[in-house]
Design a protein around this ligand. Sequence first.
Ligand code: PMP
Length: 388
Amino acid sequence: MSPEVLHLDYNAGAPPDEEALEVFLRTARALPGNPSSLHRLGRRARAVLEDAREEIGALLGTLPRELVFTSGATEANNLALLGVARAARSLGTPLRLIASEAEHPSVLAPLRRLQQEGHPLELLPIGRDARVREEALAAALARPGPALLALQWAGNETGCLQPLGTAVAGLREDLHLHVDAVQGFGKLPLAPELEAASTWSLSGHKFGAPRGCGLLRVQEGVFLESLQAGGGQERGLRPGTECPAHAAALATALRRALERQEDFARETASAARALLQVLDREGVEYRSQHPPPGEGLPNTLSLSFPGTDGRALLLACDAEGLAVSSGSACASGAAQPSAVLLAAGLSEAEARATLRISFGRPSGATLGEEAGRRLATILRRSYEARKP
Ligand code: PMP
């Protein structure tokens, strides 16, 4: 019989929260109208959409009118980066682009596109834990001239926190700060720096909203060009018929994730600690990239197992019911070692032999121990198989 599958890939996606799902269904059933229609059904749909925006604004300390609903964070990051840079260029003040090497592909790919369009791009080096080097950030911030800085709140791969405080301290009139805040919500206390960031992005499916909803915060006074032309919804920044059911479910999931953030942090940290204790007890050899306890995402472990074949390791984890991520990203069918881990100084083989384990709720020491036991068994087998 196959073992019960343990979902240890929470940074990739959380299971939908039951209450948020119910809100989604109830709202979708109750609101047949299009929020832009002027009749009563349309007005009802509009009211639910705006109530959700209000609730999210209140939860995150943001003006509701600064929030633009999107399909997720990939769209929000693209809209922020392409939108801001293209708007600045059309106003005659092209931006220098700065980003950490740890950024998610949904940040780096639009920046590379802008680079092809002629914007200079500077990627800031990162350390072993994928945190940007403070001195490189400070030097980039000290250079004068209009610039756009993209820096994530927390890393999806190693769970490290980027120095948002340094970025905010360096803010000035002609510097746009975009924060990919996806991994922080519900896992960490809200970062006060988000208020000062010109734009930030959020993705619903990372904390229990149904897949396919997210948002971009656009601080008042920030000018950006929309990427699509259409009916003018979402202040023209994201035209297309809005989905009040998604918005209401997003608000519910966010409220519940923020209410339970401390439980999340305590339970997942305890699971992570227990897993490492089992590996230590069993004498499993590993190197870790995640930051020390209390300094990063509480739920995330990034472990490399020297000498193992990453693909075989991932298949063995799957067979043992461990749903984890590897240090390689599957792009167009070919498994490439993670660009972030390579930038953090791992070799290709080390990056491939890396597992990212990200716990969710319910969690705790028992889950961590079970995961650790299964992992230790897999690794023991793998080392045995390699013995001459
Ligand atoms: N940024 C980060 C840090 C992420 O982890 C993810 C999801 N893997 C995204 C952006 C993209 O979010 P979405 O899946 O909503 O497009």
